[in-house]
Design a protein around this ligand. Structure first.
Ligand code: FAD
Ligand code: NAI
Length: 509
């Protein structure tokens, strides 16, 4: 009895502690402390972008060491792994966005943020040209930002490989606006398909949802869309039940090439059960407003070109280099052989420069363009910059002490200065020992629909490949814990509960 009473008391105290901790966290979040102003004598560090790489750098950077300026057209951080869920309303887009202002306001020393697009980096002049691309323009909407140090974290744009019609007719899935557009298009296709007197062929076309690209973006979107149809669409719009169909088109012999063979087979089997058609070895060559032209290779090796009609076309064929990055590469002779982005060394310094670093999808460091890589690179740069600042501080102190030593009379006073110098030299050696960037791969995860996920996880002794409903629970908890803030976590949980209780919202805005 005594034991039970104590257990109960301890649980009660722990729960109270938990609530108090959460309350304190929310209070601190809502009431940021006074911020010091940056010291103009310090170096200006300009960071381009507010994505995974740049925000991870900003999170760990001691802002008192530099004059930090952030330039990005997006005044929020976007948790991309849950973006496919926003296309169907399983998660509301604002739940995975974190305003950059909230986050920067909590830094010890203020950081300047400009909502603008960098249009050009002038490497020689150490200047960035920026443009306000938003709807509301002031008297000045383009200007220059000088830098001493620059971090390029602008990510990548959507690859189209110059295929005609893609930009005009397809939807991409990279930004919040893309997810909103897809969500509206899905509903538009459904409502238009049941418009009075629509012909059966047209109904079939409008309800054919085609996804091009069998990488994780395409697979996750196809899974989410089929869930939407199974759980909600066919319930509220029964007329579409027989014609709604999802097709995934992939040029390679299989989907999810970065996953193990076992998980590729599992994904293809699951898609078959979900009635999603996978068309592998099929390369899209042309896109019109109503159909795609795709070339496939038959079992006899013969190539066949066919027209595939669609209502919604989602294009997820990977990354391409942004014009800003291409232009910067063209200014640096050492980048002339680089094609896929800014070639960097093991300290993420852009090759051929001394004061420019690159992180994430715009940097080529022999890793896949993933959030995992970008965030580790950002955290590494923060450590590097913090150490560099400390090194400079110690070196300045050393210089002052050396001068003092020269002026000091012989004897005890001089010895004291010498001892101080030795101590500082030891500190300097410690501070300077930052190793090169090493990526630690934690594994790959992807949602494949019908509450199943696949995971290739790096384990103590090797790799663990797993797929199914338990993996789905792991997928959910892993991504929930990785969300940017407590606020995001709470909002995502609420969205999941809301979608389970009331279904996804099928209105079009
Ligand atoms: P981004 O996060 O794309 O950020 C780029 C930033 O630069 C943005 O703020 C943008 O506004 C800004 N910018 C663009 N142009 C300019 C300019 N001219 N001037 C200034 N700023 C500019 N990876 C995983 O590891 N796991 C996942 O589960 C996963 N899921 C994904 C799901 C989807 C749908 C997508 C699209 C990607 C997913 N990824 C995932 C990949 C991951 O999102 C990217 O690798 C990651 O976002 C790269 O980070 P980044 O900082 O390089 O670029
Ligand atoms: P991707 O580059 O991984 O896959 C694109 C696919 O499109 C390729 O398999 C390619 O063969 C195919 N393709 C290209 N052109 C084609 C054409 N004309 N016709 C048919 N198929 C064509 O791109 P994705 O999925 O956008 O991912 C980009 C990056 O983001 C990757 O590094 C990926 O790992 C990462 N990511 C990771 C996720 C996760 O871990 N869950 C989720 C989403 C993205």
């Amino acid at each position: 009895r005594g034991f039970l009473r104590w257990t109960w008391r301890l649980t009660y105290i722990a729960a109270l502690g938990g609530v108090a901790y959460l309350g304190w966290g929310i209070y601190i979040m809502r009431n940021p402390a006074e911020q010091a102003m940056p010291d103009p004598s310090k170096k200006t560090l300009v960071i381009l972008g507010t994505g995974w790489g740049s925000v991870s750098l900003l999170k760990k950077l001691d802002t008192e060491n530099y004059n930090v300026v952030v330039v990005s057209p997006r005044n929020y951080f976007l948790f991309t792994p849950l973006l496919p869920s926003c296309t169907t309303g399983a998660i509301e887009h604002r739940s995975i966005m974190e305003p950059i202002r909230n986050f920067l306001r909590h830094k010890k020393v203020a950081v300047k943020y400009y909502e603008a697009e960098a249009t050009k980096v002038d490497y020689e002049k150490k200047v960035i040209y920026v443009n306000d691309e938003s709807e509301v323009k002031g008297e000045i909407s383009s200007t220059e930002v000088p830098f001493d140090m620059l971090v390029v974290g602008v990510g990548a744009e959507n690859a189209t490989f110059g295929i005609p019609g893609v930009r005009e007719h397809a939807c991409f899935l990279k930004e919040v606006g893309d997810a909103q557009k897809i969500r509206n298009r899905i509903m538009d296709c459904c409502e238009t398909a049941i418009f009075k007197d629509q012909s059966p062929d047209e109904v079939k076309r409008l309800l054919h949802m085609v996804v091009v690209g069998g990488g994780p973006t395409g697979v996750e979107f196809a899974g989410e869309l089929q869930d939407f149809f199974q759980d909600d669409l066919k319930k509220w719009i029964p007329d579409i039940t027989d014609s709604f169909h999802v097709t995934l088109v992939e040029a390679l012999p299989n989907v999810l090439p970065m996953f193990s063979k076992q998980l590729i087979d599992y994904t293809e089997k699951t898609f078959k059960e979900e009635t999603i058609t996978i068309r592998t070895k099929t390369m899209v060559k042309n896109v019109t407003d109503k159909y795609i032209e795709a070339e496939s290779t038959g079992p006899d090796g013969r190539k066949v070109v066919e027209k595939i009609p669609y209502g919604l076309l989602v294009w997820a064929t990977g990354n391409a280099v942004r014009p800003l990055v291409k232009d910067l590469m063209s200014q640096i002779p050492a980048q002339k052989d680089s094609r896929r982005g800014l070639a960097v060394n093991e300290y993420l310094v852009v090759k051929g420069t001394e004061n420019i670093w690159a992180v994430g999808d715009c940097a080529i460091a022999n890793y896949a363009p993933t959030a995992q890589v970008a965030s580790q690179e950002g955290a590494f740069l923060a450590r590097l910059f913090n150490q560099m600042a400390k090194t400079e501080e110690v070196e300045t102190e050393l210089k002052a002490l050396s001068e003092k030593q020269e002026k000091a009379p012989n004897g005890e006073a001089r010895n004291a200065v010498l001892n101080e110098i030795k101590e500082l030299q030891k500190r300097l050696r410690r501070v300077k020992t930052i190793g090169p960037f090493e990526y630690s791969h934690q594994g790959s995860l992807a949602y494949i629909g019908s509450e199943k996920a696949v995971a290739d996880i790096s384990w103590l002794t090797g790799n663990l490949a797993t797929g199914g409903s338990l993996t789905y629970l792991f997928w959910r908890s892993a991504y929930l814990s990785m969300c940017f803030s407590t606020r995001n976590r709470v909002l995502v949980c609420v969205d999941w509960v809301k979608a389970k209780m009331f279904g996804r919202d099928v209105s079009r805005v």
